[in-house]
Design a protein around this ligand. Structure first.
Ligand code: KG4
Ligand code: ZN
Length: 332
C-alpha cells in the first residue's frame, strides 16, 4: 500500500519541509536557511529563529505540496522533530504539525532529530544492514549510535563538551571565515598539507567512545594569538582538521569493533566534508567495513531524513497523540 507523509523540522535555524512516498521516494524536500537573519548577531538568536519559522512554514509547506503535485487530503501522516533543539523553534513546528494532523485526522508522529540523521543513508542507499554503528557529526552534536533495529538504538559515545562541528565553526571564525565555516576549513584541508603543524587529538587514547573538542579549540586559539600576520593559514587549518578527522574516524572504527558490526554510516553537516569522507573511505577499506554516506544535501539538516524515519514509525503503528511535547535536550 502506498503511503504519503509530510515532515517538518524546525529544531534550530533551518525551516525544513519534506514529502515522502513510502520509505524512500522524496517528492519534495525544501530547507530555508535562516543564516542571513542571525549573521549580524554572530550566532543564532532563539526568539528570532522561532519567529522566522512561523513566518515561512506555511509558504514552504505549500511549495512542497505543489512540487509533489499533492493536496493536504492526500497525506496519510504528519511528522515533526520534537527533540532536541531550541524549544521555542520546536514548538512552532509542533503546533503546525498538530494542527494539520488534527484537521486531516491522520496520525501525528514525533521524531527525534538525532535518531533521524542516519536515515539520510536509507534515502540514499536503502535499508540498513543491522546491527550498525552510526556517527552523527552535526553542528550541535557529535554522537556514536549503536542500532540493532529500527527504534532500537543506543547512544554509545558523545562529546563531553563542544561538538566537532561547533569546534570547526569556532576555529573558522577565529581565522576570519563567515559562519558556519565547516566548508571553508574542509577546502583548506583538501588544498593544503598540514606541513609542520600538529594539534592534539583529544581523548583519542582514552579507551572509551566519548569525544572532547574544546581543548583542541583552545589550542588553536593560543596558536592564533601568537601567529605572525603573514602566515598562510591553509596548512594550519589542514593540521587542525586532521585532528578532527583522526578522532572521528578512529573512535567510529573502535565503536564498530567493540560492537562487532560490519557496517557504519556517517551523517550530519560535517559528513558533507570531502576530507572526512576520504579518511573514512580509506579506513573502512583497510578494515573491511561497509561505509554509508549520504549526498551532502542530505547530510545537513533536512526534513527528508525526518520523513524517512517517520515512515517506519507510521508503518509500525507507533503514533503519538495530541499531547506530544517538545524537548530541548536529548535524554541521557
Ligand atoms: O547537521 P547540521 O546541518 O546542523 C545541526 O544539526 O547541527 O550541521 C552543521 C555543521 C556546521 O558545523 C557546518 O560548518 C558543518 O556542518 N558543515 C560542513 C560542511 N557543510 C556543513 N563541514 C565540513 N564540510 C562541509 N562541506
Ligand atoms: Zn541536525
Amino acid at each position: 500500500m502506498e503511503t504519503l507523509g509530510l515532515a517538518l523540522d524546525t529544531t534550530f535555524d533551518d525551516t525544513s519541509i519534506a514529502i515522502l512516498r513510502n520509505h524512500r521516494e522524496i517528492l519534495a524536500n525544501f530547507t530555508l536557511s535562516q543564516f542571513a537573519d542571525h549573521e549580524e548577531f554572530g550566532g543564532v538568536v532563539p526568539e528570532r529563529a522561532s519567529r522566522k519559522h512561523l513566518e515561512v512554514s506555511h509558504f514552504l509547506i505549500q511549495q512542497a505540496l505543489d512540487e509533489a503535485k499533492l493536496e493536504f487530503n492526500d497525506l496519510d501522516w504528519v511528522a515533526v522533530s520534537n527533540v532536541p533543539g531550541l524549544l521555542g523553534a520546536i514548538l512552532v513546528g509542533l503546533s503546525i504539525a498538530k494542527s494539520i494532523a488534527y484537521l486531516l485526522e491522520v496520525p501525528l508522529i514525533g521524531i527525534n532529530h538525532i535518531e533521524s540523521h542516519p536515515y539520510a543513508n536509507i534515502l540514499e542507499h536503502g535499508e540498513f544492514p543491522f546491527p550498525i554503528v552510526h556517527l552523527v557529526a552535526a553542528g550541535g552534536h557529535t554522537l556514536l549510535i549503536y542500532q540493532k533495529h529500527h527504534f532500537e538504538w543506543e547512544i554509545i559515545g558523545r562529546s563531553v563538551d563542544d561538538a566537532a562541528g561547533e569546534c570547526v565553526d569556532k576555529v573558522a571564525k577565529l581565522f576570519g571565515f563567515p559562519m558556519p565555516g565547516g566548508k571553508m576549513v574542509d577546502q583548506a584541508a583538501m588544498q593544503h598539507d598540514p606541513g609542520p603543524y600538529e594539534f592534539p587529538r583529544p581523548m583519542l587514547n582514552d579507551p572509551g567512545l566519548d569525544f572532547s573538542f574544546s581543548g583542541l579549540k583552545t589550542s588553536l586559539k593560543y596558536f592564533h594569538n601568537d601567529m605572525p600576520s603573514d602566515l598562510d593559514p591553509g596548512p594550519v587549518l589542514s593540521a587542525f582538521f586532521e585532528s578532527i578527522t583522526d578522532v572521528l574516524v578512529q573512535k567510529t572504527l573502535r565503536a564498530a569493533k567493540q560492537r562487532k558490526v560490519s557496517a557504519i554510516t556517517v551523517s550530519g553537516g560535517l559528513a558533507a566534508s570531502k576530507r572526512l569522507r576520504t579518511c573514512f573511505e580509506k579506513a573502512c577499506r583497510d578494515q573491511g567495513l561497509a561505509l554509508f554516506y549520504p549526498r551532502p544535501q542530505l547530510c545537513t539538516d533536512n526534513a527528508a531524513m525526518v520523513a524517512c524515519l517517520a515512515s517506519y514509525y507510521f508503518e509500525a503503528g507507533r503514533w503519538d497523540d495530541y499531547r506530544l511535547e517538545g524537548y530541548p535536550n536529548l535524554p541521557h
